[in-house]
Design a protein around this ligand. Structure first.
Ligand code: UGA
Length: 429
């Protein structure tokens, strides 16, 4: 099929590449000419495992192309996906101006029947507004359908998630676009659920809020574990064996971050408020998350006493492993809060150093993770990169003025760390 994706951010680019990979002919549109040029020349603007090769192969095979022209994308495809940012506004609501602009652009360019599919995360009822906007701005008065098709990929595992989705949600107002949407997703062999548009839009916010709730739940349990001498990992393992609960997303941490959970929680609370529902449960999820960072910082200051003029090594800057994304990263918040206390920082991340340079000033970026501890008073693990588990602990122990390690991701075994001579403080253990 011929498909157009408008917006080449994480969702748009990975979706475009995966659609091309299964045989569709895909045009990716972005209004950022510099980004389109990079993509046309075989580069990619983000780090995502497996993506670069996939983009390259599909461009070479002639199935994937990039343009700045929305009109070209609209003309050449019958199914047009919108995958533009929906950033938060100051009050927690969602900025839908990019969606609205793209809806107008599509409308102006439409001269025949189109299926306009929203993939961006949007508040419930956005589909109605998109449909109304297209109707108003389409001078040719052609038929069209609006579809909601939320995306559930995780950064760092985006290609894998998109190629093997748990489910595909298709929200429609009529049956007309269903066959075409099923054809788009047929090669992925995933269960498809067809709903009304409002339900599809809600599935996305309800899912992300539930996952965030799961993390805050285990983080709240971690506090009780610390107070009682229990081990949060043992508790999570025991809970997770109940199939109704499941082990995934029960890893206690210094808090969740990223461009999705914090934003989507605020948006969902706001959406509920606007329809007269107080979602106190989700407000508590947010509060547990911010308290988790406060508690972690307190652990550091309680142990080091005075923070001013201390040097701390930080392992991890991305908001999670396998990505170079530092947006709303707990690791970056941690660094900035330590700096406010007068701490000097030596920091490392396997992929996010370049992006972190734009948000962190006056820190020493260290390319080799094993060299971070040199001259430091303590070491902190802030991101759950798998390779940190292979840290040369013996070298770190000798390099630190005193062998203190704060682990915000529970990567190491407390008994083993103690045996090696570390003062080791992790989460809920
Ligand atoms: C999240 C959802 O998992 C995706 O399904 C969704 O499509 C995406 O948001 C989105 O809306 O676009 P993402 O933000 O990429 O994906 O990353 P996650 O793997 O969900 O991690 C989010 C945060 O939670 C990270 O900071 C991570 O370190 C933290 N986390 C995750 C924990 O602290 N503990 C866990 O057990 C799991």
């Amino acid at each position: 099929m011929r498909l157009t994706i408008i917006g080449t951010g994480y969702v748009g680019l990975v979706t475009g590449a995966c659609f091309a990979e299964v045989g569709h002919r895909v045009i990716c549109v972005d209004n950022d000419a510099a980004k389109v040029k990079v993509l046309q020349e075989g580069g990619i603007p983000i780090y995502e495992p497996g993506l670069e090769e996939m983009v390259k192969q599909n461009v070479e095979a002639g199935r994937l192309s990039f343009t700045t022209s929305t009109a070209e994308g609209v003309e050449k495809s019958e199914v047009i996906f919108i995958a533009v940012p929906t950033p938060p506004l100051a009050d927690g609501a969602v900025d839908l101006s990019f969606i609205e602009k793209v809806a107008r652009d599509i409308a102006s360019a439409m001269t025949s029947y189109k299926i306009v599919v929203d993939k961006s995360t949007v508040p419930v009822k956005t589909g109605d507004n998109v449909a109304e906007t297209i109707k108003r701005y389409n001078k040719a008065h052609v038929d069209f359908d609006v579809v909601s098709n939320p995306e559930f990929l995780r950064e760092g595992f985006a290609v894998e998630d998109l190629m093997h989705p748990d489910r595909v949600v298709i929200g429609v107002r009529s049956q007309r676009p269903v066959a075409a949407m099923k054809e788009v997703y047929a090669p992925f062999n995933a269960p498809i659920i067809v709903t009304d548009i409002n339900s599809a839009e809600l599935i996305k916010h309800a899912s992300n809020s539930f996952l965030a709730l799961k993390i805050s739940y285990i983080n709240a349990i971690s506090v009780v574990c610390e107070a009682t001498g229990a081990n949060v990992q043992e508790v999570a393992n025991g809970m997770g064996m109940d199939e109704r609960i499941g082990r995934r997303f029960l890893d206690a941490s210094l808090g969740f971050g990223g461009s999705c959970f914090p934003k989507d929680l605020s948006a969902f609370i706001k959406i509920a408020e606007q329809v007269g529902c107080q979602f106190g449960l989700l407000k508590e999820v947010q509060q547990i998350n911010s308290r988790q960072m406060d508690r972690f910082l307190k652990k550091i200051s309680d142990t080091l006493w005075v923070l001013k003029d201390k040097t701390i090594g930080v392992l991890g800057l991305a908001f999670k492993q396998n990505t170079d994304d530092v947006r709303m990263s707990p690791a970056i918040e941690l660094c900035q809060r330590l700096q406010k206390e007068g701490v000097r920082l030596r920091v490392h991340d396997p992929k996010a150093i370049e992006k972190a340079r734009a948000v962190l000033q006056d820190v020493t970026f260290v390319e080799d993770m094993d060299a971070v501890a040199e001259g430091c008073d303590a070491l902190v693990v802030a991101t759950e990169w798998e390779q940190f588990k292979k840290l040369d602990l013996e070298r770190a122990r000798k390099a630190l003025t005193h062998p203190i390690l704060f682990d915000g991701r529970n990567l190491f075994d407390p008994a083993e760390m103690e045996r090696m001579g570390f003062i080791y403080k992790s989460i809920g253990r």
